[in-house]
Every structure is written in structure tokens, then in C-alpha cells.
Design a protein around this ligand. Structure first.
Ligand code: RIB
Ligand code: CA
Length: 316
């Protein structure tokens, strides 16, 4: 599988990148970066740190720092720090190419089809589709994303952050005509990792990849347990850590672990209350063409075992 990841690298994107690097079944062509949870400068820097840490030859590209047309910012300006503050990292040379132009070159030069995996606002992907529609149609087999939700949102009651950050970009991508597998909040909230899962199954310092996933899990547990969480936020308390962006990666490798429905999916861009909502039509009675796949649930134990097996067999 030839894959391009598009990330707003904070913790969960970094875990997803790590799984791709660790998997023998994924050829990671590169990682493009975009604003989202964090500003572009930080998502780009974090991604470069990660690639330098693993000492792999994978290009990292700067993409969009703002949404397509809106003046909207949904992420955090606060710098949450570096992954490897005590390590001296040796970086690959920066590429003098924008993420969209780099993706175009990759598609042009690829004999086989490529899978795009956006784990962040879809601004870069929407630009690629707008500037090079024929190339995308010819060379992209499908998109597997983290974003949206069937039943609820997290940025608002209706909208998930990756979509809410740039609804017009997401709508351009969902309406383009290429099949999209949407791993939204519904499946991700069922993909929690408990401390028992972590200590009994996942935790290992076998190699750099497993040590880094341990670092991410421990940071997620600490985040859930921090004492500045007020009483109301505890309504959202989960049985474990959720590492959202790992879900599409495990879907790519083990689709049999997931429950899905064919769907037509559109993004609301004009509503006062539902702005950025992914409207998913799964009704068998509706004749709307259902070219997308809505991922709703998963075999949670299978998901954790799959991560464990990827990490155990990793060469990084
Ligand atoms: O809503 C969760 C998503 O927002 C994840 O992709 C996370 O990394 C952030 O981008
Ligand atoms: Ca992300």
C-alpha cells in the first residue's frame, strides 16, 4: 500500500505516523502537514522531529496554514512542547516545495495508485483536487480519513475538529467522487485504550516505535487524569485513552476488524447550528448514491492486538 499521510501533528498523528513507519505493509511516501489542532509551524516541526528521531528517509512537507476561505482558527495556540526535548536530532534537508505540489509530483511519478490518509483538516487535499482533478482521479484509489462523526461532534455539538476547522475543504473532498472511508468520532470513541490494555498488552520497549507509542499512551493517560479538569468535563470521562488517528491506520491494515455502512456524506457549510457537521445518509430507502464508507464500530481487542503485532514486528 502506497500511502501519503496528511497531518496536524500533535500526539495522535504522531502515533499514526509511527504505526505507518513500523508496518511492513505500508510504504509511506511522505507526510504533508497542515494547521489543525496546532498551528502549521508546530505541526511541521513536530513531524520533522518525529522523522528525525526514527532516522528514516521520509519527506515532510509544509502545507496550508489557514483554511481555504474562512478566517477560522479552532486549535490551540499554546505550544505543547516537543516530543524529544532531550535528544539531539539530525534533520533531513527541508524541501523547497509546497505540500500540494509535492503530492502532485508523487502522483505523477507513481505507477501504482496511491491512498491518501488525511488525519487533519482537509485543506491540502482539497487544493490538490482543485488544482489537479484529472491526476487525482487517475492516481488516487481512495481516501481513508479521521474526521467527522455520524452522531455527534467535539468542536461543537454537531462538528468534529478536523472538519470544523475547514468545512469547505472537507465538502470539496467528500463531493469530489473518490470513495472515502470515514473513521469519525463514533468509531474512535469506541477505540479507547485502558490502562490494563496498555500494561498487559501494548507496553514494551522492544524498539523505538513501541517506546514512542508508550510515551503517547502515558501522555494521554496523564491528560485524562490532570486535576484541572473541571466537574463538567468529567461527563466526557472515558474508560481509557483515545488515540484517534491510529484508527484509520489500523483500518487500512485490518478492515475486517471494523463495522461499516455504505453512505453518502456531505459537509454542512451554511448552517448556524450545524456548521461543519458531516451529514451521513445510510438509509437503504434513499437512492442517493453511497460511494463512501462510514466506519461506526470496531473489535476493540482486535485493534489493540493489531497495534501490538505491528510494533512487535517493527524494524524501527
Ligand atoms: O477530533 C480529533 C482529531 O482532531 C484528531 O485527528 C486530532 O489529531 C485532531 O486533528
Ligand atoms: Ca490529527
Amino acid at each position: 500500500m502506497r500511502v501519503i499521510l496528511d497531518c496536524d501533528t500533535g500526539h495522535d498523528d504522531a502515533a499514526a505516523i509511527t504505526l505507518c513507519l513500523a508496518s511492513k505493509d505500508i510504504e509511506l511516501l511522505g507526510v504533508t502537514t497542515v494547521m489543525g489542532n496546532l498551528p502549521l509551524d508546530q505541526t511541521y516541526r513536530n513531524t520533522r522531529d518525529l522523522i528525525a528521531h526514527f532516522k528514516v528517509d521520509v519527506p515532510v512537507l509544509r502545507g496550508s496554514s489557514d483554511p481555504l476561505i474562512r478566517n477560522r482558527w479552532v486549535g490551540s495556540e499554546e505550544d505543547r512542547g516537543r516530543f524529544f526535548p532531550d535528544e539531539t536530532l539530525i534533520y533531513q534537508d527541508e524541501m523547497d516545495l509546497d505540500a500540494v505540489e509535492w503530492m502532485k509530483e508523487q502522483l505523477e511519478n507513481s505507477e501504482n495508485k496511491v491512498t491518501l490518509v488525511p488525519l487533519a483538516p482537509m485543506t491540502n487535499i482539497a487544493k490538490l483536487m482543485t488544482f489537479y482533478p484529472d491526476l487525482v482521479e487517475e492516481k488516487v484509489d481512495r481516501i481513508v480519513c479521521m474526521g467527522g462523526g455520524y452522531k455527534f461532534g467535539n468542536s461543537t455539538g454537531a462538528a468534529e475538529l478536523n472538519i470544523y476547522a475547514d468545512p469547505e475543504a472537507a465538502q470539496a473532498v467528500f463531493s469530489f467522487g473518490i470513495p472515502i472511508v470515514m473513521c469519525g468520532l463514533d468509531v474512535c470513541h469506541n477505540a479507547f485504550i485502558t490502562k490494563e490494555d496498555y500494561y498487559n498488552v501494548l507496553k514494551s520497549n522492544k524498539n523505538m516505535a513501541s517506546s514512542f507509542i508508550s510515551q503517547i499512551c502515558e501522555a494521554s493517560f496523564a491528560f485524562e487524569e490532570r486535576d484541572d479538569i473541571d466537574e463538567r468535563f468529567k461527563l466526557w470521562k472515558r474508560p481509557g485513552a483515545i488515540v484517534y488517528d491510529t484508527v484509520p491506520i489500523i483500518y487500512l491494515l485490518h478492515p475486517e476488524l471494523f463495522n461499516t455502512l455504505p453512505a453518502s456524506i456531505s459537509v454542512e457549510c451554511e448552517s448556524e447550528f450545524c456548521d461543519g457537521m458531516t451529514v451521513c445518509n445510510v438509509s437503504p430507502r434513499s437512492e442517493e448514491p453511497k460511494i463512501h464508507t462510514l466506519v461506526l464500530d470496531l473489535d476493540r481487542e482486535g485493534y489493540i492486538n493489531a497495534m501490538k503485532s505491528i510494533l512487535d514486528n517493527s524494524s524501527i
